[in-house]
Design a protein around this ligand. Structure first.
Ligand code: AMP
Length: 151
C-alpha cells in the first residue's frame, strides 16, 4: 500500500537536508505529500537558579533568545519547504516539552501514514546520554516510522 501523507521530523542541524532528501525520494516514488515539523522546547518555568562562577546555572535562554530560536526554526523549515517544492503540503514549528508526543499528535492530525526521522546510529554510552528521537518515535507510534540513517 503506497504512502499518502508523510510527516518529516526536521531537526535544526545540518543533517536535516539528508532526511528531507530521503523523504523527497520516497514521496516521489509513491505520490505522497510531505508535512515538515520541528519541535521547540518551551522556556522552563522561572525558578530560582543556582550560581556557578558568577553565572546562572543551569543556563537559561532569555525570552529574546527563545523567540530567536523559533524564528530560525521557521526560516529553516520555510527554506526546506521551498527547496522540496510542491510536494510539501505544509510545515509547522511547535513549542512543546515532548518531541515524540508532539510529532505523533501532528501525524494523527494530518492523517499521516508514515513518520520519517533521522537516526545517528548511536549506541552504548552515547545513546544512554543523548537518547534517540527515532527510537522514541517508534514507541506507541500512530503509523509507520522510517529511520533514515545519517552518515
Ligand atoms: P536525535 O536522535 O535527537 O539526534 O535526532 C534524530 C532525528 O530526530 C532528527 O534527524 C530528526 O529527524 C528528529 N528530531 C530530533 N529533534 C527534533 C525536533 N526538536 N523536532 C523535530 N524532529 C526532531
Amino acid at each position: 500500500m503506497p504512502y499518502h501523507t508523510i510527516i518529516v521530523a526536521v531537526d535544526n542541524d545540518d543533517t536535516s537536508l539528508e532526511v528531507c532528501n530521503r523523504a523527497l525520494d520516497l514521496a516521489n516514488s509513491c505520490s505522497a505529500r510531505l508535512h515538515l515539523i520541528h519541535v521547540v522546547e518551551p522556556l522552563p518555568p522561572i525558578a530560582a537558579p543556582g550560581v556557578i562562577g558568577g553565572a546562572p546555572f543551569p543556563p537559561t535562554p532569555t525570552d529574546e533568545e527563545h523567540q530567536q530560536s523559533i524564528d530560525e526554526a521557521n526560516q529553516q523549515l520555510s527554506h526546506h519547504a521551498s527547496t522540496l517544492g510542491e510536494i510539501v503540503s505544509g510545515y509547522e514549528v511547535i513549542e512543546s516539552p515532548n518531541t515524540r508526543n508532539t510529532i505523533h499528535e501532528s501525524a494523527e492530525a494530518a492523517g499521516a501514514d508514515l513518520i520519517i526521522a533521522g537516526s545517528h546510529g548511536r549506541h552504548g554510552l552515547s545513546l544512554f546520554f543523548s537518547g534517540s528521537t527515532a527510537n522514541e518515535l517508534l514507541k506507541d507510534a500512530p503509523c509507520d516510522v522510517l529511520a533514515v540513517r545519517i552518515k
